[in-house]
Design a protein around this ligand. Structure first.
Ligand code: GLU
Length: 283
């Protein structure tokens, strides 16, 4: 869209049914798009071939429609754009910014120190960074499973020293300094697909001309990395808003993995979309 109107997106991963936390994020995106005179897209982040089930995608769309949320067509499904992610990945490889990593999880655990990335995962010790390119090529010719990792030091050198973005909320906008180095040599392409969440999301936000990214606070630290990838790939940086996560009565954040009640469960017990909207602070 080139009209200059704001474009937002709600981007669920179809690895479980939507819960109230998703409903909050989806409603907030729709509400902000409305207030700003823009639109909100739906993006299905189904890069994980094991966990993304077609039936779940249908269920997500149905749950959103039940809440009263519909989205402009076409809805982007990331699984249909692997070629584009491969091109982006290969561009980083060709520029010496990414290297293949043949380490198993156990090897990484054994080699890692105590420092962790913002998700609490031990920083990659760099084992494969200095691998002789001929040896790496041999491993690859033998089809050894490998991820591709960003060479963080090289990436920071190429991207230049300062990184930041503009965060916005109801009170206004403010600059935020980003510290991508804390992610270390992060995986930019998994073993099974030519991308990771990080690479696909920055690619798609640009491709879909997203101007405002509104998502949970659990992804706030990842924005530091996203800003760096945008710099490296020559992509624009949207504005960001990271909202608080909904918690259950025990103070734990809602999560599919913890069995939080899904919207479908709530619907079954007779809860209406209007009640959900009211409960989440939307009229
Ligand atoms: N697909 C991600 C999730 O479901 C959200 C990604 C994003 O909003 O950037 O947690």
């Amino acid at each position: 869209m080139s009209s200059g109107a704001p474009v937002l997106r709600f981007a669920p991963s179809p690895n479980g049914r939507l819960h109230l936390g998703h409903a909050y994020s989806a409603l907030l995106n729709a509400d902000l798009a409305d207030r700003m005179g823009g639109l909100c897209r739906l993006r299905i982040e189904d890069i994980d071939p094991q966990r993304s089930k077609p039936a779940l995608i249908d269920a997500i769309v149905a749950d959103l429609a039940w809440l009263g949320l519909t989205y402009p067509e076409p809805v982007r499904h990331q699984s249909a754009h692997m070629d584009a992610y491969r091109v982006a990945r290969d561009g980083l490889i060709d520029r010496g910014l990414a290297y293949p990593c043949f380490c198993s999880r156990a090897q990484i655990r054994a080699g890692a120190g105590t420092a962790c990335d913002p998700d609490g995962v031990p920083l990659y010790p760099g084992t494969c960074r200095g691998l002789d390119p001929a040896v790496a090529a041999e491993h690859r010719a033998r089809d050894w499973p490998h991820t591709w990792r960003l060479d963080m030091a090289a990436a920071l050198r190429q991207a230049g020293a300062t990184h930041g973005y503009v965060a916005f909320d109801a009170t206004g906008a403010r600059p935020v300094a980003a510290d991508p180095a804390r992610w270390g040599d992060v995986v930019i392409a998994r073993r099974d697909v030519p991308t990771s969440y990080h690479l696909a999301v920055v690619h798609d936000d640009a491709r879909e001309e997203i101007t405002h990214v509104v998502r949970g606070r659990d992804l706030e630290a990842a924005t530091d990395l996203h800003v760096l990838l945008q710099r490296l790939l020559g992509l624009p940086t949207p504005r960001y808003r990271h909202h608080a996560l909904l918690r259950d009565a025990g103070g734990e954040k809602l999560a599919k993995s913890r069995g939080s009640q899904s919207l479908a469960d709530l619907r079954q017990t007779g809860v209406t979309p209007a009640q959900i909207r009211a409960r989440l602070g939307f009229s």
